[in-house]
Structure formats: C-alpha cells, structure tokens
Design a binder for this molecule. Structure first.
Ligand SMILES: NC(=O)c1ccc[n+]([C@@H]2O[C@H](COP(=O)([O-])OP(=O)(O)OC[C@H]3O[C@@H](n4cnc5c(N)ncnc54)[C@H](OP(=O)(O)O)[C@@H]3O)[C@@H](O)[C@H]2O)c1
Length: 328
C-alpha cells in the first residue's frame, strides 16, 4: 500500500518547471518535496516560490534524495537521456518532458534501463491527458464519427530569430519537428493507435541547419492518412481535424484544447466544452501518480513503445531531410 502523499522532485528549474509546479500544487495527494538545479541559488528561489522543502544545488543531489518517489525532468531535450538515466540509476520513477529524447537510439536505451530496473517511466505528453482528448477518444470508440480516415493537424509559430536559442541551434537539437511537431505526430499515433506504415515529407532547412518549417504525411494501416505540419518561423493554425466516414471532430488549440466541435450523422457541428482546472499540467502528474499507486511501470495512455515509435518516426523524417545533429 502506497503512502498518502507521493513525493515529487523537479529536475531543472526553468520555464516549464514553474508551470508544472503550479499544476502539481493542486493535487492534494502530491507533495513537491525537492527541486534540483545546477545553481544552488536558483534552486533555493524556486523552492521558496513553490513551497518545496528542499533545494538541491545539483541534479545528482536531487536524484540521490531517498525520500523522493518520482522526478519530473524539465530540462531541454538534449539532456533528457542523461538526466532521466541519472534518476533511474537512483531508483526514482520519472516523468520526462517531451520530446522524450533526441532520437530513437537514446529512447530505446532509456526504456531498456527502466524496464531492467522495473521503474515507472513516461514521456510528459501533457496533451493526451486533457479532458478534451478523453472526449475525443470516447467519441471515436463509440463510433460517433464512423471509421476515422484522416487527421489534419498543424502547430507553428513565428519565433524571434536567435541562432543560439534551442529552437534554431543544431547543437541543441533545434528545429520545429522535435520541439512542436511532436504534438501533431503524437496525436496521430493516439488516434490511429499504431505506427505508420509509410511516410513522406519536406522541410525548409534554414541557415543554422535545422527545419524551420516542415510538412509531412503519414499513412497508417488501412490507408488512413495524417497530414501534419510544424514551424518555428511561420504562424500556423493550431487546429486538429479528425475526419471519419460519418462525421468529424475539430479541436481548436488541440495541444491544450478546452473545446471540440462534433459533426455527426449529417447534423450541424455542435460545440462541446471541456474545461480544464488550474493550468492543465496536473493531469499528466495525476496519470503518473495513478500508475505509481497501481504498481504500473508505464501508463496505458502514453506507453513507452509508443514514445519510442514516435521518436523513430521523427528520425525517419529527419533522415529524409538529411537533418542530422552534429553530436549524432
Ligand atoms: N509541455 C509543454 O507544454 C512544454 C512547453 C514548453 C517546453 N516544454 C519542454 O520542456 C523542456 C524544457 O523547456 P523550457 O522551456 O522549460 O526550457 P528552459 O527554460 O530553457 O530550460 C529548462 C532548464 O533546463 C536546465 N538545463 C540543464 N542543462 C541546461 C543547458 N545546458 N542549457 C540550458 N538549460 C539547461 C536549466 O535548469 P537549471 O538552471 O535549474 O539547472 C533550465 O532552466 C523541453 O523539453 C521542452 O520541449 C514543454
């Protein structure tokens, strides 16, 4: 029987870590016990702001804390593999930010290690745990839009040009695909429930050598298609369209959506609201905690083999575009 409160640690005190800590604070059976930063001062500030008991001046000290049950890895993706491995080595369950790693080889190695240690591990694909996604999965399973035939989804914004930033710097595994293309891709995997059998795509590779915009088409079993795009220098509509033989679902801002339009049986599209509480980061935390309490080492809504297959798809797309990071 697990204790009443699950003790969390947060590794890396950056932008997303603040948001996660806020979401986590709404869960009564969660306690943010400790945070870890490369800087003691930064950890102390973060701990004070989010009422964490302990502030660690290194990731190693955080991972070694014997009272922590699970660590949220909130560093940029080039460090996910090393940071997650450190936590697993210290027998901690891990919820690791998206994209899971930089490439499939890194993911496969981490997954094998977590399985060997029988520890919980999950990619923090927060989108999948939103109420609107629960609604979508239910409508699809009830056959409200018939057989799903096609999915269209785009995610892109015009970021300020800065060749040093993690969006544009190839040494930091920059580019639109890994940073935000992961959302439409992960949605396609969720809706079609398997890896694609074929794919194609084109990218505009900018002066720093990473994909500034890209469009890709994936074909799944039975001829189902996903038509997707992502960009870091072009503003795109953040909308997902799921098209079936008997209707469709449209989800505005699908990666953190709060409503969906269902068109079913030839009737006028109807709007359904799926409000979220707090900032929405608590849903993925809740899911991880449910798994821990149930003794699961993976969560059924974001299983490890799927995170690996998604990384493989991103590797395949990058290979089509001739995009290899300098450290690969
Ligand atoms: N789910 C979402 O909605 C969402 C949104 C944005 C980002 N993300 C993901 O969250 C992760 C972090 O993104 P972020 O925007 O929070 O990043 P960030 O603020 O730039 O960096 C996060 C933290 O990573 C740590 N870090 C460790 N090594 C680093 C290095 N060599 N250079 C820079 N930072 C380093 C730093 O923490 P310390 O200084 O404390 O050690 C830094 O504050 C990424 O994987 C990103 O894709 C998810």
């Amino acid at each position: 029987m697990m204790k009443n409160k699950i003790n969390w640690g947060i590794l890396g005190c950056g932008k997303i870590a603040h948001k996660f800590a806020k979401g986590l604070s709404t869960l009564k059976d969660a306690r943010l016990l400790a945070v870890g930063s490369r800087s003691q001062e930064k950890a102390a500030e973060f701990a004070a702001e989010h009422k964490a008991e302990r502030a660690c001046g290194s990731y190693e000290a955080l991972a070694a804390d014997p009272e922590i049950d699970i660590i949220y890895v909130a560093t940029p993706h080039p460090w996910h593999a090393a940071n997650t491995r450190l936590c697993l080595e210290n027998d901690k369950a891990v919820l690791c930010e998206k994209p899971f790693t930089v490439n499939a080889a890194e993911s496969a190695s981490l997954i094998a290690f977590a399985r060997e240690k029988k520890l919980f591990l999950m990619e923090a694909m927060w989108m999948r745990f939103f109420p609107v996604m629960e609604g979508l999965r239910q409508w699809i399973s009830e056959g409200r839009i018939g057989e799903v035939r096609m999915l269209k989804a785009d995610f892109g914004f015009r970021a300020e040009w800065n060749e040093e930033s993690r969006l544009f710097n190839p040494d930091l595994a920059g580019g639109a695909l890994l940073d935000i293309g992961i959302y439409p891709l992960s949605l396609a995997y969720m809706v079609f429930g398997s890896a694609p059998e074929a794919l194609t795509g084109l990218a505009d590779i900018g002066t720093t050598g990473v994909d500034e915009q890209s469009a890709y088409i994936l074909r799944f079993e039975g001829g189902k298609l996903a038509v997707l795009s992502s960009a870091v220098r072009t503003k795109l509509p953040h909308e997902a369209l799921i098209l079936g033989t008997e209707g469709s679902v449209r989800i505005p801002d699908f990666w953190h959506g709060t409503e969906a339009w269902l068109e079913s049986g030839g009737r006028k599209p109807k709007r359904y609201r799926f409000p979220i509480t707090s900032n929405g980061y608590q849903y993925e935390a809740r899911a991880a905690m449910d798994s821990l309490r149930a003794g699961q080492t993976e969560h059924p809504l974001m299983p490890l083999d799927e995170s690996l297959a998604i990384m493989q798809t991103m590797d395949d797309l990058r290979s089509l575009w001739g995009l290899r990071y300098p450290f690969e």
